[in-house]
Design a protein around this ligand. Structure first.
Ligand code: ZN
Length: 536
């Protein structure tokens, strides 16, 4: 089934390929498909692969066409399992390259992937635990920067939906098949059967693609997100079925019809019919990618920015936009105004501020980046009202600088050491007793405040976001149209709620606000003094 779907895709679809000719730095060579006894899988370098392709006599384009490799997307699982997984480390790199990696020592999920790769007639597999030297920080960072290319150029990406840990395979023995059937004893009445007779009626669960997807531990993990968003051809091994998915269709084994799922970001970005790729990508980033990605879980919290770096690099390359900690620098005046819905766990203003002063080791992202929250959904939902509605920046000299980590090529899309947003802005104190909204929406004539901390759990301060130390920094204005009894247009001011970071002019972002120009705040902003502000 997989082979025929892949063949169908290769023959019929003309999926976009970026950087044809890209070969990962290392690949696992799993043997020739025509050999009866495949050799032990062995780690090969890009150089070796190129030599085997007679690189010297062929062009880069044909090499890319020739080299078909599969990439694996899976969960490492709990730390104890991840620890036991067979990995390439500095001391095993040479052995993995010369003697190979023997099957029994491989983790079950990689072993199963090797079986699939061979059955598909492919010779190479890319899998992070073996193709990246795991205890070499520099190698890890450099390879993480290439991850987007690795997945977007893979001939097929194998997704292990069925296993929540690397120690569990996804092929044999299809144990979870039993979950599809549930037997329920139902008394039969008023039917053509004799009254009182009983029979077994089996209800089949509708285990379709989305159900396999949503129930998987895999779909909740951070790293797997871009692995699939960037892949153009995927085979999902779910607990109940195998699903093939490409930009054109989705096919679930055993079904007679084909559906569609979602287009890959590459397809969206380079589709000739996309009139304005830059704004399409920017919208996609704000409306689809970040809201989904910001809820994903990480074993290592610092991976939050690197694990979406492949997509960010792609967006940056296509649009030419600068990038800083998850925000696009030409649009900082909008991107800074992300919003997080109420915290699922109680987080007081004090603990929020505490969490914004991290030590060097646990620095994830600056306070102005949505990436700073561990697993909280962040989005620009409220700003939907202002998309294309005369958004005007109300700040001067707005710019972001991030402190990159030096590697072979310092990667703006990877992990960072710190970051600061500088601007000249007008600020005001927030009025005592001001209420914070829990749901972001614009309402005509209303002052709206969306705090990053849990205003409902604040005891006496319940529902109030007023605090002597919270200030407002005006960032922009827009015209909103409200359709109620009659259409109303209103000019509104929006900006950040900020809190002193301890030294003059330095602040943390702790929320956003959105007020009518005609409000008390709006009037006061007009005469407020301009101040230099640094957001940490
Ligand atoms: Zn296709």
């Amino acid at each position: 089934m997989i082979q025929s779907e892949i063949n169908r895709c290769v023959e019929n679809c003309n999926h976009h390929v970026l950087f044809r000719g890209f070969i990962p730095s290392r690949l696992l060579f799993v043997g020739d498909s025509d050999s009866d006894s495949p050799p032990q899988p062995r780690l090969v370098s890009r150089g070796e692969v190129m030599a085997s392709l007679n690189w010297a006599s062929s062009s880069a384009t044909s090499a890319g066409d020739v080299l078909r490799y599969a990439a694996l997307s899976y969960c490492w699982g709990p730390p104890a399992d991840a620890q036991r997984q067979c990995k390439t480390e500095r001391q095993s790199l040479a052995a993995h390259s010369t003697n190979g990696v023997n099957a029994p020592s491989m983790s079950a999920v990689v072993r199963d992937a090797v079986v699939v790769v061979r059955q598909l007639g492919l010779r190479y597999l890319w899998v992070d635990c073996l193709c990246i030297v795991q205890d070499d920080e520099r190698d890890w960072r450099d390879e993480a920067a290439l991850m987007g290319l690795v997945y977007s150029n893979a001939f097929v990406t194998i997704v292990s939906l069925a296993s929540d840990t690397c120690l569990k395979g996804f092929l044999a023995p299809w144990a979870a098949m039993s979950q599809i059937w549930r037997t329920v004893r139902v008394p039969v009445e008023n039917s053509t059967l004799t009254e009182g007779s009983e029979g077994d009626i089996c209800f089949q669960y509708s285990y379709e693609f989305l159900r396999d997807w949503e129930r998987s531990a895999w779909s909740k993990r951070g790293w797997t997100f871009q692995e699939t968003k960037l892949s153009t051809r995927l085979v999902y091994f779910g607990p109940s079925r195998i699903h093939f998915c490409c930009d054109s269709w989705l096919y679930t084994s055993g079904r007679s019809t084909r559906g569609t799922f979602e287009r890959s970001i590459i397809d969206l970005a380079v589709d000739k019919e996309t009139a304005d790729p830059a704004s399409e990508l920017l919208n996609f980033w704000r409306w689809a990618l970040v809201p989904q990605y910001s809820t994903k879980r990480f074993t290592v919290a610092r991976d939050k920015l690197p694990a979406i770096g492949g997509i960010a690099k792609l967006v940056g390359d296509i649009t030419g936009f600068g990038y800083a900690a998850g925000l696009w620098t030409p649009h900082l005046h909008v991107d800074l105004a992300w919003h997080s819905p109420p915290q699922p766990v109680h987080l007081s203003l004090e603990s929020l501020i505490q969490s914004l002063r991290p030590s060097d080791e646990d620095f994830i992202a600056p306070s102005w980046s949505w990436a700073r929250f561990p697993t909280t959904e962040c989005a620009w939902f409220w700003i939907g009202n202002l998309a294309g509605k005369n958004v005007v920046a109300e700040v001067k000299g707005l710019r972001a600088e991030v402190d990159l980590i030096e590697t072979v090529s310092s990667n703006p899309y990877g992990q960072i050491r710190g970051g600061v947003v500088r601007m000249e802005a007008r600020t005001l104190d927030i009025l005592q007793g001001e209420s914070c909204s829990q749901r972001p929406y614009s309402a005509v004539g209303q002052n709206l405040f969306f705090a990053d901390w849990d205003v409902e759990g604040g005891g006496e301060e319940e529902g109030k976001c007023a605090d002597n130390d919270v200030e407002l920094a005006l960032i922009g204005s827009y015209t909103a149209t409200f359709e109620r009894a009659q259409e109303t247009e209103e000019r509104r001011y929006y900006g950040l709620m900020i809190y002193s970071a301890g030294s003059p002019g330095r602040y943390f972002r702790v929320g956003i606000f959105d007020v009518p120009e005609e409000s008390e705040y709006g009037v006061e902003f007009k005469s407020a003094e301009w101040r230099e502000i640094e957001l940490l």
